[in-house]
Design a protein around this ligand. Structure first.
Ligand SMILES: Cc1cc2nc3c(=O)[nH]c(=O)nc-3n(C[C@H](O)[C@H](O)[C@H](O)COP(=O)(O)OP(=O)(O)OC[C@H]3O[C@@H](n4cnc5c(N)ncnc54)[C@H](O)[C@@H]3O)c2cc1C
Length: 441
């Protein structure tokens, strides 16, 4: 079959790879000049199967209110005159209870485990090198009450088969001695040894090159302008070449929308209305001054909800989420406060390890903002829409790198008429949990 994949982030590129594996003819369209230039560009680098809890939980509404006026708040809702944002917010609030939380965690763990196995297969098959470190993820707490809560969280995760160890401060420092200078501020932590890290942009770009070598066509520098329908199915996709302005109508047997946060407005034009809203996040990439003192275990700093991962001779520090539309600027007061917070925090936690000087002081940190395609549940939409020949693989929120390999594989399987054997509710298909339970999958 001829399949058109719209979007060359981690999700679209992984979809393309798995479609090629199944013998399909693949064309990928992206407005950027190369793969992974938007949300997949400079994320926190964590393959975080075991830390996958969604933001929507019982405590979230109170925290949201408390944080609303703090520029550097971990989760910031900035009201806009936009119905989509308000609707998304209401749907998010509806997920802030224990039963929804547990249901969402179950889905995210299932997809995460499937995806981790798929990533392993892809790395073995391609030999791609992307600063992969299989050292696990540690989550450390400064507040004793939050550490106590974390132990309960670990208990819940065990119910879903996730091995998350609860560690005293000394045990945590034995796992990652790099945090020694910050020890008096650490109450304790948790650790998931099977999680890992790697550069999503490098991986995706290399994967796109492998796809091209296997015959996939990449139309970079092309905007998807329109989905043309006929008889309730996609008849063509209109794309505009950014360089020449020429518009072409591409035809295919199947079309996959993998445009990240931009999937929702595109799908809405053909009556498919999904609650995917941009969640702006920031990252800073610092050169290591003292590589021998830098962590190899990736970490989450609970007090500021910031993740840090080593990528070769650099440290990527990323986090926070701001629900305020599609703005990507780095020069607003909120953005500046968030970037400064990342640099200041890393200097407190790992003093003297990175070059955290700002540009005006002669430093060279690379700040970046990206839009997580967030859903109220943090569960992506992977499956078929009610428009004929039109599929969606989007809404991966905070976990698109973690779930990328498996989401691409699952999408390719569904298009090929196979049902992936995981307890995950694929969009447009009847729920699979019951089927698996009764052995029908
Ligand atoms: C600060 C931050 C930290 C993160 N940390 C992690 C982490 O540690 N672990 C993790 O698992 N996830 C993390 N994420 C989330 C992860 O990066 C995203 O979920 C993931 O990159 C989404 O991939 P995607 O392919 O759906 O979207 P994208 O990478 O945005 O890809 C969509 C593509 O579609 C193209 N496109 C869109 N509209 C059009 C159009 N009209 N025409 C043509 N092309 C179009 C874009 O150019 C883009 O290339 C983080 C995100 C952020 C912002």
């Amino acid at each position: 079959m001829k399949v058109l994949v719209l979007g060359a982030g981690i999700i679209g590129t992984s979809t393309a790879w798995h479609l090629l594996e199944r013998g399909h003819e693949v064309t990928v369209v992206d407005r950027q000049a190369s793969a992974a230039q938007e949300a997949s560009f400079a994320n926190a680098a964590q393959i975080s199967v075991s830390y996958c809890e969604p933001w929507a939980n019982r405590q979230a509404p109170v925290k949201l209110l408390k944080w609303m006026f703090r520029k550097d708040a971990p989760l910031l809702f900035r009201p806009q005159p936009d119905w989509q944002q308000w609707r998304w917010g209401l749907q998010f609030l509806a997920q802030c209870n224990d039963s929804a939380f547990e249901r969402n965690v179950q889905q995210l763990v299932a997809l995460g485990a499937y995806s981790h196995a798929s990533l392993d297969e892809m790395v073995r098959a391609t030999g791609i090198e992307y600063h992969r470190l299989q050292c696990g993820i540690a989550h450390y707490y400064s507040d004793p009450a939050s550490f106590e809560e974390a132990a309960k969280g670990a208990e819940l995760m065990r119910k879903f088969g996730v091995q998350r160890k609860v560690l005293s401060r000394d045990e945590l420092l034995a796992v990652e001695p790099a945090f020694r200078s910050f020890a008096d501020r650490i109450a304790g932590g948790t650790y998931t040894p099977t999680d890992e890290t790697g550069d999503a942009q490098v991986f995706t770009e290399q994967l796109a090159a492998r796809c091209a070598a296997r015959g996939a066509q990449f139309l970079f520098g092309h905007d998807v302008e329109r989905l043309d329908l006929a008889g309730g199915a996609v008849a063509a996709v209109a794309v505009r070449d950014r360089a020449s302005g020429t518009v072409r109508r591409l035809k295919a047997d199947q079309v996959v929308v993998a445009c990240g946060s931009y999937s929702a407005p595109l799908l809405r034009t053909v009556g498919v209305d999904l609650p995917i809203y941009p969640g702006k996040g920031y990252s800073a990439t610092f050169k290591l001054k003292r590589p021998e003192l830098a962590p190899r275990v990736s970490a989450i700093d609970d007090a500021v909800k910031v993740a840090m991962s080593r990528l070769g001779d650099e440290l990527r520090v990323a986090g926070t989420i701001e629900l305020a539309g599609f703005d990507l600027s780095l020069d607003t007061p909120v953005a500046r406060a968030r970037c400064r917070m990342l640099a200041e925090r890393i200097e407190q936690v790992l003093p003297g390890v990175c070059d955290t000087r700002m540009a005006e002081d002669g430093g060279n940190p690379r700040f970046w903002a990206g839009l997580r395609p967030a859903t109220p549940t943090n569960i992506p939409y992977i499956g078929r829409t009610r428009v004929g020949r039109l599929w969606v693989n989007a809404g991966h929120g905070t976990l698109g790198w973690t779930h990328g390999a498996g989401s691409g594989k699952a999408m390719a399987q569904l298009i090929s008429g196979q049902r992936p054997g995981i307890a995950f509710d694929f969009y447009g298909f009847e729920p699979q949990r019951e089927q698996l339970a009764t052995g029908l999958a």
